[in-house]
Design a protein around this ligand. Structure first.
Ligand code: R5P
Length: 317
C-alpha cells in the first residue's frame, strides 16, 4: 500500500503471530523485534528490542485461548511500550475475549468485559481496534477511541463468489443474533430466517423453532462466535428438518473449544467459514468442512488509515 506507514510499528504477542505477519506484509512494515516469553513460574516477560520512541505502535493480540495468558501478554506489552515513550499505542484485538460477560446475568456476578476494558486502558492503550464485538455497546466500556471493524464485507464477497444468492436464505441461529444476520441478508439481498430456541417447561429439552420459510433453500447461518459448536449444529439440524437443501455457516470468531472441531466435522453442516481472528489450530486447518478467510488485509488497511488519520468507517460503506 501507499506510504502511510512511515512511523508505524507493529508488535505481536503470542496469540496470532501469523495474522500479525500478514498484516505486516500488507503494510510493508516488518514486525518490531520483541521478546514475549515466560519466566520459569510462567510470569510474562516482555522486551521491545527496537527503539519505539515517538512511534505510532499497533499491538496485535487476540485475547483468545489461553485467554488469561494472552490478556496478560497484551497488558504487559502495552506497559513496556508506554515506558519506552511510544507516542501512541493502539491495542489491535481481532478477537476480544470476555466479551460475552457484558452484563450481570444474575445478582453478585461480574461484568468482566468492562473490567478487561479498564485493564487495557490502565495499562496505557490510547486506542483500541477490534472486530465484530459480541455486543457493539462494549465500545462504550472504553473511554478511549475504539474502532469495531466488521468481517461482513469479506463474507459477502465470498458468498457472492460461491453461491447463487437467489437460492440463499440467511439464518440467525438464535434470537440474539438477528440484527447481525439481518445486516448480512440485506447486503446480499436474501431473505432472513431465525432459529428460536425455547425450553417450554423447566426440565424439558429445548425445542428449536424455525421462523421463516427455508424449504428448498440453501441456508447460511451467521453468528459472531462458534465456541462449543452446539448452537450451530443444533440450528443446522432444525433447518434440515424443515427441508433446507443444505446448511452453511459464516462465523467471525472460531473459538472452537474442546471437541468443537470434531462435533462440526461429524455434523450435517456442509461448510463452516471462519476468519483468522483466532489463529486456526492444526485440527481446524485439516477439518474437511471448515474454511478460514483471512482478515489481514482488512485490519492492515484499518491500521494504515488510523495511522494517516483517514476514515476507517468508510471501509464498510
Ligand atoms: C451467543 O450469544 C453467541 O453469539 C454464540 O451463538 C455462542 O457463543 C455460540 O456458542 P456455542 O458454539 O458454544 O454454542
Amino acid at each position: 500500500m501507499a506510504a502511510k506507514n512511515g512511523a508505524i510499528k507493529l508488535v505481536a504477542g503470542n496469540s496470532n503471530p501469523k495474522l500479525a505477519e500478514a498484516i505486516g506484509a500488507y503494510l510493508a512494515s516488518p514486525l518490531t523485534k520483541a521478546v514475549v516469553r515466560r519466566f520459569a513460574d510462567m510470569e510474562v516477560f516482555v522486551e521491545i528490542q527496537e527503539n519505539v520512541r515517538g512511534s505510532d505502535v499497533f499491538v496485535v493480540q487476540s485475547t483468545s485461548f489461553p485467554t488469561n495468558d494472552h490478556l496478560m501478554e497484551l497488558l504487559i506489552i502495552i506497559d513496556a511500550l508506554r515506558r519506552s515513550s511510544a507516542s501512541r499505542i493502539t491495542a489491535v484485538i481481532p478477537y476480544f475475549g470476555y466479551a460475552r460477560q457484558d452484563r450481570k446475568p444474575g445478582p453478585r456476578t461480574p461484568i468482566s468485559a468492562k473490567l478487561v476494558a479498564n485493564l487495557i486502558t490502565t495499562a496505557g492503550a490510547d486506542r483500541v481496534m477490534t472486530l465484530d464485538l459480541h455486543a457493539g455497546q462494549i465500545q462504550g466500556f472504553f473511554d478511549i477511541p475504539t474502532d469495531n471493524l466488521y468481517a461482513s464485507p469479506l463474507m459477502v464477497r465470498d458468498i457472492k463468489e460461491k453461491f447463487d444468492v437467489g437460492t440463499v436464505t440467511v439464518v440467525s441461529p438464535d434470537v440474539g443474533g438477528v440484527a447481525r444476520a439481518r445486516g448480512l441478508a440485506k447486503r446480499i439481498n436474501a431473505p432472513l430466517a431465525i432459529v428460536d430456541k425455547r425450553r417450554e417447561r423447566a426440565g424439558e429439552s429445548e425445542v428449536m423453532n424455525v421462523i421463516g420459510d427455508v424449504q428448498g433453500r440453501a441456508c447460511i447461518l451467521v453468528d459472531d462466535i462458534v465456541d462449543s459448536g452446539g448452537t450451530l449444529v443444533n440450528a443446522a439440524e432444525a433447518l434440515l428438518a424443515q427441508d433446507a437443501t443444505a446448511v452453511y455457516a459464516y462465523i467471525t470468531h472460531g473459538v472452537l473449544s474442546g471437541g468443537a472441531v470434531a462435533r462440526i466435522t461429524a455434523s450435517k453442516l456442509k461448510e463452516l467459514v471462519i476468519t483468522d481472528s483466532i489463529q486456526p489450530t492444526e485440527a481446524v486447518r485439516v477439518a474437511k468442512n471448515i474454511r478460514v478467510l483471512s482478515i489481514a488485509t482488512l485490519i492492515g488497511e484499518a491500521i494504515g488509515r488510523t495511522a494517516s488519520e483517514e476514515s476507517v468507517s468508510s471501509l464498510f460503506d
